[in-house]
Design a protein around this ligand. Structure first.
Ligand code: SAH
Length: 244
């Protein structure tokens, strides 16, 4: 079995020692995995690299380990993909965040569109966002990533389109859409993907996207469910750019 991975803050790593105090990580290591001194783990500092480490002490609320040399395996895609996903039902959004993280997404932004039928009651938004972020973190940990994708609070489509970085691609069923391979330059380094709700983007939303210099792209001849479409588009972009 490969060594357990754990995300830590840069501050947890000092003078060749890792001092893990994050309650979720400690719970996982101590209660779930029952690590003991001598066990090997991998401490991952997001955005920096990973450090193989050997556990030296196990306490109620902390785990200490001796850290080895930093490694930076090439697991993060060279292209940043920002997935603007029309908000589906709660469990579907969780699925998209989890799977998109495994595949290699950089950032996920739920989007409200004209035909979005789901709403999150104001009182539940903070909790929902915290849950999405913990799903991204856990999926990133399990899939061996060195970065945790950011998950944002839902944005209205117009604001999302106006602020999306890089090349903007809107997945749209039907005529007038380019093939993804035609819309994607081989040297793209940042791509924002827009995925519509079950009812699709409205005509006005498509026009707004084109006015804001987005390109409409097809994901093939079959109509995909919204949660499938985002994952397929992400996979295609990474595949076409040689990252899978
Ligand atoms: N009834 C809708 C289908 C929506 S499918 C319509 O005709 O537009 C949900 C979303 O997934 C779409 O808004 C689009 O963003 C994406 N999607 C699904 N299948 C697609 C395909 N074959 N090509 C491009 N986008 C697709």
């Amino acid at each position: 079995m490969s060594a357990t991975r754990v995300f830590v803050d840069p501050a947890a790593l000092r003078k060749g020692e890792v001092h893990i105090t994050d309650p979720t990580a400690v719970h996982h290591l101590v209660r779930v995995l029952r690590v003991r001194p001598g066990d090997e783990i991998v401490a991952v500092v997001p955005g920096d690299g990973e450090y193989p480490a050997v556990v030296t002490r196990v306490l109620e609320d902390a785990v200490k380990a001796r850290a080895g040399e930093r490694r930076v395996p090439q697991v993060e895609p060279r292209v940043e993909v920002h997935l603007y996903q029309a908000l589906p039902k709660a469990d579907r959004m969780e699925l998209v965040i989890q799977k998109a993280t495994e595949i290699g997404v950089h950032r996920v932004i739920p989007v409200r569109t004209l035909r979005t039928v789901v709403d999150i009651p104001a009182g539940r938004q903070a909790r929902r966002l915290a849950r999405w972020r913990s799903i991204a973190r856990e999926a990133a940990r399990q899939s061996g990533r060195l970065a945790i994708p950011a998950v944002e609070a839902p944005l209205p489509l117009q604001e999302a389109l106006a602020t999306a970085p890089g090349l903007r691609l809107m997945a749209a069923v039907g005529e007038g859409s380019l093939r993804l391979s035609e819309a994607l330059p081989a040297d793209a380094s940042c791509v924002s993907l827009f995925i519509g709700p079950e009812g699709g983007f409205s005509e006005a939303e498509r026009r707004m996207a084109v006015d804001l210099e987005a390109k409409l792209v097809s994901l093939g001849p079959r109509v995909l469910r919204t949660e499938t479409a985002g994952l397929v588009a992400l996979t295609l972009v990474l595949g076409l750019l040689g990252d899978l």
